[in-house]
Design a protein around this ligand. Structure first.
Ligand code: 5GP
Length: 234
């Protein structure tokens, strides 16, 4: 298979014209790659989480790029024309929200979920975008943006409810979208502890642990704990 992309957490290979393989690395990075460690077992746990969440969403009527998981570090997905935007949904104040809005206390629950857009750009540190920025740049139409907002809020409802049945709080998460050959919008990329903040009794079961200084091994243990709580096969 031809390697077509290598990022900090994943490699992407082309299987054929319609399908790609995403391989999750046994590595964890933070602070734009400044902190990087080997994390044996993380790739399989994150692949399993992505497979679990995307299958759950598909079962509830959300179209995703997910096709199947090999039981290890790889998933097969549909090849899409990716939208170069990160969509973030926030239920509680945390992370970059607190940096730009320091008058709000950490973990304050919002009156409604917030949806925001960031340009995918490591050099520019993923700047926040307005809806006008996106439409004027020709990245998406108003209608497509609205569809992305609706889908993101639906994903938030489904995941918040699912996690709450296991005593887990969904603080925030990041989504990415792409268009298939027929011009339909599909949920893409990954859904794992690397892209969500999930709390259990105040403890992070996500990458925030590593950002806060925990070891890669403790992070892998937290991902395994999350999978056990969710009943994710891994
Ligand atoms: P924040 O904007 O507060 O840093 O992140 C909000 C949520 O989106 C968190 O759950 C975080 O893990 C996720 N997120 C934000 N930016 C990125 C990114 O560039 N890569 C990944 N994997 N997740 C991100």
């Amino acid at each position: 298979m031809e390697l077509i992309y290598e990022g900090k957490a994943k490699r992407v290979y082309r299987l054929n014209n319609e399908r790609l393989v995403m391989e999750f690395k046994d590595e964890v990075t933070a602070f734009d790659g400044l902190r990087k460690e080997v994390a044996i077992g993380k790739g399989r746990l994150a692949a399993a989480q992505t497979a679990f969440f995307m299958s759950y969403l598909e079962g509830n009527g959300v179209r995703t790029h997910f096709i199947d998981w090999d039981g290890d570090r790889r998933i097969t997905v549909r090849a899409l024309r990716m939208v170069p935007i990160e969509v973030i949904v926030r239920n509680y104040a945390y992370g970059s929200f607190l940096k730009r809005m320091p008058m709000v206390k950490p973990l304050t629950r919002f009156s409604k979920p917030l949806v925001e857009f960031h340009l995918k750009s490591d050099e520019l540190h993923d700047p926040l975008l307005t809806m006008d920025d996106i439409t004027e740049a020709g990245l998406l139409t108003r209608e497509e943006l609205q569809e992305i907002i609706n889908t993101s809020l639906r994903v938030n409802d489904l995941l918040t409810n699912l996690l709450s049945t296991r005593g887990l709080i969904l603080v925030d998460f990041k989504l990415e979208f792409g268009f298939d050959g027929s011009g339909r919008l599909l949920l893409a990329d990954e859904m794992s502890g690397d892209t969500m903040r999930i709390l259990r009794n105040g403890k992070h079961l996500d990458k925030e642990l590593f950002r806060k200084g925990a070891s890669a091994m403790d992070l892998v243990k937290a991902y395994a704990e999350l999978n056990a709580l969710l009943g994710v096969k891994s």
